[in-house]
Ligand binder design. Structure first.
Ligand SMILES: NC(=O)C1=CN([C@@H]2O[C@H](COP(=O)(O)OP(=O)(O)OC[C@H]3O[C@@H](n4cnc5c(N)ncnc54)[C@H](OP(=O)(O)O)[C@@H]3O)[C@@H](O)[C@H]2O)C=CC1
Ligand SMILES: O=CCS(=O)(=O)O
Length: 252
């Protein structure tokens, strides 16, 4: 997509927090929204990546700040939201993107990984919502965009815990929408196979082999960034509730 065709009306000047902005979908979304004139507040654990991304955005004339943020720490997520308020005075959009997908069959009992997925993929999303909701209530507007997955709609072998976390994210997005009192928009984004570093978080060799076949079909991260930009750019009375996007050749 030619970025010149982006409808920037609903993106310009919006203050957007993105978790997991140091690679993949978070990074691509930051770049795309920056081109639309959004003011970005970026979090992740790898500071060198965040700094390089902020520098690139600023060199292009955009506005971006970052804070090292582990989403398993409620305090750190609160501090990221505070940075947005201190720097830009408001919070328009939170993109709850940070996530990981270690994947393994239940029989392998990789309980530590189950806990890690619950902590990052579910509790991280809840901490994000907790950090921005009071500000969005005060503003009487705001938008929370959660990264679920095709795995939040169907269950794959060896992916039951990952799928459970993404089903949970979908439920949280819908619950937030229902409780929004017409003030807060809630969008669930469900991508299929996208070419990012995510598959590198798979720890089980046999599982990785199967998933790698699916990921030969993977499409570019900017496809998801465009979907997120579409949700952000809508007028305030339009809430894009759910977007599912797969590579055309992905069956399940
Ligand atoms: N790629 C795909 O095919 C799909 C991805 N998704 C979802 O999209 C989201 C982004 O994944 P994707 O871009 O693909 O994968 P990447 O591995 O490229 O990016 C994941 C991001 O999450 C961050 N992250 C991981 N753990 C933590 C943590 N504890 N605290 C803060 N940040 C963390 C990483 O940053 P750092 O290590 O610097 O902290 C990184 O920036 C995930 O929620 C994933 O489940 C959904 C469907 C398909
Ligand atoms: O989240 C991962 C994408 S898929 O494997 O469920 O399509």
């Amino acid at each position: 997509m030619d970025v010149n065709n982006l409808n920037t009306d609903g993106i310009k000047d919006k203050v957007v927090i993105i978790t997991g902005a140091s690679s993949g979908l978070g990074e691509a979304t930051a770049k795309r929204l920056a081109k639309g004139g959004a003011r970005l507040v970026l979090g992740a654990r790898r500071e060198d990546r965040l700094k390089a991304l902020c520098d690139d955005i600023k060199a292009d004339g955009g506005q971006a700040v970052y804070r090292v943020t582990d989403v398993t720490s409620r305090e750190q997520v609160e501090a990221l939201a505070k940075l947005a308020r201190d720097e830009f005075g408001r919070i328009d959009v939170l993109v709850n993107n940070a996530g990981l997908m270690p994947l393994s069959p239940l029989d392998k009992l990789k309980v530590d990984e189950w806990e890690q997925m619950v902590d990052v993929n579910i509790k991280g999303v809840l901490y994000g919502i907790a950090a921005v909701l009071p500000t969005m209530r005060e503003q009487h507007e705001g938008h929370v965009i959660n990264l679920s997955s095709v795995a939040g709609h169907v269950v794959f072998p060896a992916a039951s815990v990952y799928c459970a976390t993404k089903f949970a994210v979908k439920a949280l997005t819908e619950g937030l929408r229902q409780e929004s009192n017409g003030e807060i928009r809630a969008t669930n984004i469900s991508p299929g196979a996208i070419d990012t570093e995510l598959t590198r978080t798979i720890s089980d060799d046999e599982t990785a082999e199967g998933v790698n076949e699916l990921y030969t079909l993977a499409i570019d991260a900017d496809a998801v960034a465009r979907a997120i930009a579409f949700a952000v750019e809508q007028p305030g009375d339009v809430d894009v509730n759910e977007l599912i996007l797969r590579p055309t050749r992905q069956e399940l």
